[in-house]
Design a protein around this ligand. Structure first.
Ligand SMILES: Cc1cc2nc3c(=O)[nH]c(=O)nc-3n(C[C@H](O)[C@H](O)[C@H](O)COP(=O)(O)OP(=O)(O)OC[C@H]3O[C@@H](n4cnc5c(N)ncnc54)[C@H](O)[C@@H]3O)c2cc1C
Length: 408
């Protein structure tokens, strides 16, 4: 999967720049449609400098906006297809559980959306929640929504599986191949990916935290900001009672806690997770803004945890998780690429129809990757996408007031 096996000059129908989960899913969709595809990345799949590394991600239907809810529904089906084709397990059902103060607006909107879309769910007061989910100490005046189909997604396995499927499908996979600039002509796009000259009819940019730098010279300045987000892993405490000890997938749901303006979230442990043991806990959008380097390199990105955020996670565990140890096993980081409204950027470049953009996933994109891949593949092949992309238009930031910023 590197440039060695590929000639120094290749011509394809579509080139995808950025081989994280979104680029890999897009390239996979394109190969399924018979397109000749190149997928280029400055690094290698599984690297921890961007946004797609780590064992797990929350996959849930619990969105208050209909479009995300419908995209999530479709994504679950599409993930199952990837599972079958690659012969791997990616989605592990564990239920999703979200809590907040009794009169939380976020919970009210969520419940309304679940009802509107007839998604089965249960609403629990604190007594019921603490009985059903004793892992978490829900305050007396709070409530929770449980949705039984929520899952944990095997993130890094999904990413590597897609690269493997692409290799089998004969896509040109260019790893360790940074793209410095795009040369856009009337009949196509050309660029160097490492040592290889790539010529393509259309380019799809899925460059995560580096998208702004790559797209800016083409006449579109996306107002993306990049934050380094810290997560920490906590082991079950030895004093855990029999009913509450099981923090593994299947026994503990995923959690989003709306008690603070920036929600905390948690993922149960994988049965076999040796490289990332423990319950993963994070604080959504609490990270510091950073300046991305011009192109990805192995000295920038994930890795360094913010000690102050780790401290806050420890105190959160102390307040809310009676059966977890307060000393984290491990803390690390990962990048969010944020739009001002936290909605994605999915669309054609307004001034360059041969450039398609998929970025700005604002910390909640992973679960949607197969559907994002379908949408970007549609745009790259002049097919009408099956979702209305109005909310995601790349040019929306220059056109007036943004929609309300979403929360989680
Ligand atoms: C801590 C954390 C927790 C999260 N939790 C969840 C969750 O529970 N559920 C959920 O749905 N989502 C979650 N997300 C969000 C999700 O992980 C991201 O939305 C998703 O991984 C974004 O993928 P991407 O492909 O856009 O970016 P990336 O994975 O960063 O991929 C971009 C790729 O482009 C390459 N690249 C960039 N520039 C160039 C260039 N010039 N030339 C060549 N290659 C280039 C990079 O090397 C990189 O591999 C979380 C994210 C983080 C950080």
């Amino acid at each position: 999967m590197n440039g060695d096996a590929v000639s120094p000059e290749i011509s394809v129908d579509v080139a995808v720049v950025g081989g994280g989960i979104m680029g890999a899913a897009t390239a996979w969709q394109l190969t399924q449609r018979g397109a000749r595809v190149a997928l280029c990345d400055a690094l290698r799949p599984g690297h921890d400098m961007g946004s797609s590394h780590g064992a797990g991600r929350i996959a849930r239907f619990t969105y208050s906006e209909s479009i995300y809810l419908e995209m999530a529904r479709r994504s679950f089906d599409r993930w199952s297809e990837v599972e079958k084709t690659a012969d791997v397990t990616l989605l592990e059902t564990t239920g999703s559980w979200e809590c907040g103060p009794e009169h939380s607006g976020e919970l009210a909107e969520l419940i309304e959306a679940l009802e509107r879309h007839r998604i089965p769910h249960e609403i629990w007061d604190s007594v019921e929640s603490n009985r059903r989910f004793p892992h978490f100490n829900l305050p007396r005046t709070s409530r929770a929504v449980f949705q039984r189909d929520g899952a944990v997604l095997r993130a890094e396995r999904a990413w590597r599986s897609l690269w493997h499927l692409l290799q089998v499908a004969g896509a040109a996979l260019l790893a360790d191949a940074p793209v410095l600039s795009l040369d856009i002509g009337p009949r196509g796009v050309s660029f160097r990916a490492g040592a290889t000259l790539v010529r393509a009819g259309v380019v799809v940019v899925t460059a995560g935290a580096w998208s702004r730098e790559l797209v800016q010279p083409t006449g579109l300045d996306l107002p993306l900001t990049v934050t380094r987000e810290t997560i920490a892993y906590f082991a079950p405490a030895s004093n855990a009672s029999a009913s509450a000890t099981d923090h593994r997938v299947g026994a503990m749901p995923t959690l989003i806690d709306y008690h603070s303006p920036q929600p905390f979230y948690a993922l149960p442990m994988f049965e076999d997770s040796t490289e990332e043991p423990g319950v993963k806990i994070g604080w959504h959008h609490a990270g510091h803004e950073i300046e991305p380097t011009r192109i990805p390199n192995t000295h920038f990105g994930g890795g360094d945890a913010d000690a102050k955020i780790v401290e806050r996670l420890v105190s959160y565990v102390g307040d809310r998780f009676p059966f977890l140890q307060m000393r984290p096993l491990h803390a690390t980081s990962c990048l969010y690429t944020n739009t001002p409204d936290y909605h994605f950027v999915l669309g054609r470049h307004p001034g360059q129809p041969r450039v398609v953009i998929g970025t700005g996933f604002s910390g909640h994109g992973f679960k949607f990757a197969p559907v994002v891949g379908e949408i970007l593949a549609d745009l790259a092949t002049d097919t009408e996408p099956c979702f209305d992309l109005g909310l995601f238009r790349p040019q929306r930031f220059a056109e007036g007031p943004s929609p309300r910023r979403r929360i989680a």
